[in-house]
Write a protein that binds this ligand. Structure first.
Ligand SMILES: [Zn+2]
Length: 281
């Protein structure tokens, strides 16, 4: 197969991924961290150990336009990497004095960097694409018409390749027209909806694992695993005591909160029972 595409030599193209994380808290301050890296990096830890920082934003210092302004610069820089040449205007098409001298010509010889993946947690994706879709809004997904209404055919919990909502996956054009409009990321030439990827680490660790653990605990309480006496909540607390002693025996520090049958709003996640199995050490 030829390495030549009609517009460029694919042998010199490096696929680039952008990763965004709207970290919930670091000593009560929230940060948004955006990094980029090559999907070809192997050895030395792969993508996660070789990526470079685009920006780290202290959310408490940001105004509504801060993220969009930073992203204008990031996307403009990606465009430069994609064409392989420094541009002589800023992201808004204006001459930019700091770049006026000594910044011209080719960036890295024949090499081109092409963005193919834009990955992030839910909050990051909501912020950069200016959407309000979440697990608790009517339309749960920015990529299709999945709904959270139990009466809807398109209920998001219908899973599998035949799930009705999968037939409503948006094209890039529909995504721009219906969901995000034209700004920052979608303005990058060649942008495609398939670039958007959810961060599976967050999906599993922050949603699926706590949900499944909570369901298992409710089942154990109903079965009387920690005794039949008292209310379900009291029995569950006995489960918590046994969980903590198991942690001690295994020399694992538990950062989990006390198990409870009461609804709890924890960040953006509703759990029937809040069980946080986050271990360290
Ligand atoms: Zn979807």
């Amino acid at each position: 197969m030829s390495h030549w595409h009609k517009d460029c030599d694919l042998k010199h193209c490096i696929p680039v991924s952008i990763h965004g994380d709207d970290a919930d808290s670091h000593r009560r301050r929230n940060f948004m961290i955006v990094t980029f890296g090559s999907l070809l990096s192997v050895g030395c830890g792969g993508f996660f150990d070789t990526r470079l920082l685009c920006y780290c934003l202290d959310n408490s210092r940001a105004v509504p336009s801060t993220v969009a302004t930073l992203d204008m610069w990031v996307v403009w820089s990606l465009l430069e990497l994609q064409v392989g040449h420094y541009m002589d205007v800023d992201p808004w098409g204006q001459p930019y004095p700091p770049h006026a001298s000594g910044r011209s010509g080719s960036i890295c010889g024949p090499w081109r960097f092409i963005m193919v993946c834009h990955k992030g947690d839910e909050k990051y994706i909501q912020k950069v694409y200016k959407t309000s879709h979440s697990a608790v809004s009517k339309n749960v997904c920015i990529l299709c018409d999945a709904s959270c209404e139990p009466s809807s055919e398109l209920m998001y919990t219908r899973h599998g390749v035949q799930a009705p909502h999968r037939r409503t996956l948006f094209s890039t054009q529909e995504f721009i027209q219906k969901i995000v409009g034209v700004h920052t990321w979608v303005r990058l030439p060649g942008f495609h909806i398939s670039f958007i990827q959810h961060d599976w680490l967050h999906v599993c660790d922050l949603a699926l694992v706590p949900e499944s653990a909570a369901s298992a605990l409710v089942e154990l309480v109903n079965e009387g695993y920690w005794g039949d006496a008292g209310t379900a909540d009291e029995r569950l607390r006995r489960g918590y005591v046994s969980f903590i002693s198991a942690c001690k025996r295994a020399k694992v520090r538990s950062r989990g909160v006390v198990f409870s049958m009461f609804l709890r709003f924890d960040g953006t996640i509703f759990c029937v029972v809040c069980v946080c199995f986050f271990f360290s050490g």
